[in-house]
Design a protein around this ligand. Structure first.
Ligand SMILES: Nc1ncnc2c1ncn2[C@@H]1O[C@H](COP(=O)(O)OP(=O)(O)OP(=O)(O)O)[C@@H](O)[C@H]1O
Length: 365
């Protein structure tokens, strides 16, 4: 297995530049997920790594070797697509064996590899069936098996679970995480689903408009989003953003939130001045019902059992979602006061960049 380095990758289709100077160092055996909205360039970036698309600028290194000009089959990668691309007339065994037949691998070695892959993917009792006799999840496992037998240095996955229903997607997420541990392989996985990214990745690359917004572990992105885009994209339900006015910058950032609630937030104030408009981000799970805080009108209350999700707004037009206790006594059409702790707030400037948190006093030397 191997490291994967992207050095200043850019890509244009005609005059349209879709990837802008992307550099990433992916470690050996790491599971990295590219996530972002439709059209952000994640599939194009994956296809460039695979050699199915040529970068306009930049270099790709696998295991330290420059493969930018190498043919896809010579890169030591294997790609699993959203459409399983199985041969309907071939058995599961022959579908998995296909790339090895193309390589003209010796029969004993081929048989051993196919059976080992089938064992890992729990397909041993399905080897004689045809793809048409399998469920969607089993078909996707066959497609993954076809990747495994090639012993690639890097596995590439392009939205492999999008064709499956929600329950099966959940099961396959667990299976893929397990597969990653079993194979100890470098994996790059593309999805638009932030839940897949959060649950499977060692590190996540958030792409937006062909640029890397942030590259970090799931919890780094959740707790320390660098931009409003990342803050809004990672976490379910989405973070709330409250328009706020800076009222003072001495001893922390004093703000007046929409609706009139005032707070002092422990963030760096060097880039903002009194009178500036900022946005205070707070996650639905970080609020509690209290006596002082933001006044929220509740439009809909979804009772999930263990939690109740309230959908409403501050002042009629600033959307505010809160995750409250399952048996909370709140009426749809009523209002509720929600307490927000300063340490749970994220503050974004007019350009959507986060104001860094001040170091906790005990961390200051
Ligand atoms: N062959 C092509 N010719 C021209 N433009 C292309 C081509 N392939 C992709 N693009 C454009 O490049 C941009 C990025 O596309 P890409 O498929 O990489 O996005 P994505 O993030 O994978 O989106 P999705 O989740 O919808 O698949 C889009 O604006 C797309 O229209």
């Amino acid at each position: 297995m191997a490291t994967l380095d992207l050095n200043s990758i850019s890509k244009s289709f005609g005059t349209a530049k879709v990837l802008h100077d992307i550099s990433l160092a992916i470690e050996d055996k790491e599971f990295v997920v590219f996530v972002g909205p439709s059209g952000c360039g994640k599939s194009t970036l994956l296809r460039i790594i695979a050699g199915l698309e040529e970068a306009t600028e930049g270099k790709i290194l696998i295991g330290g070797n420059d493969v930018s000009d190498a043919h896809p089959v010579d890169r030591g990668i294997s790609m699993v697509f959203q459409s399983y691309a199985l041969y309907p007339h071939l058995s599961v065994y022959e579908n998995i064996a296909f790339p090895l037949r193309v390589q003209k691998m010796e029969k004993g070695e081929l048989d051993q590899r196919v059976k080992r892959a089938a064992e890992i993917l729990q397909l041993t009792d399905k080897l004689d069936l045809k793809p048409g006799q399998l469920s969607g999840g089993q078909r996707q496992r066959v497609a993954i098996g076809r990747s495994i037998v090639r012993n690639p240095k890097v596995f590439l996955f392009d939205e492999p679970l999008s064709n499956l229903d929600a329950a099966l997607r959940g099961d396959m997420r667990v299976e893929l995480s397990q597969l990653h541990r079993d194979l100890d392989a470098t994996m790059v996985y593309v999805t638009h689903d932030q839940v897949e990214a959060m649950t499977m990745a060692d590190r996540i690359v958030v792409l937006n408009g062909g640029r890397v917004e942030q590259f970090g572990t799931p919890m780094e992105l959740y707790h320390h989003p660098a931009t409003k885009f990342v803050a809004g994209f990672i976490g379910q339900p989405n973070m709330n953003f409250i328009p706020s006015t800076v009222i003072d910058t001495a001893n922390g950032l004093s703000v007046e939130l929409k609706g009139g609630h005032k707070m002092v937030l422990p963030v760096d104030t060097t880039t903002v001045s009194k009178g500036d408009i900022v946005e205070v981000g707070v996650r639905p799970e970080d609020v509690t019902i209290g006596t002082t805080g933001v006044e929220v009108e509740v439009r809909v209350l979804e009772r999930l059992g263990g939690a109740s999700i309230s959908y409403g707004s501050i002042g009629g037009d600033t959307r505010f979602c809160a995750s409250l206790p399952g048996d909370v006594r709140v009426k749809e059409g009523g209002s509720v006061t929600l307490e927000i702790k300063p340490e749970d707030c994220h503050v974004f400037d007019a350009n959507g960049y986060v104001l860094r948190r001040q170091a906790a006093p005990e961390l200051v030397a």
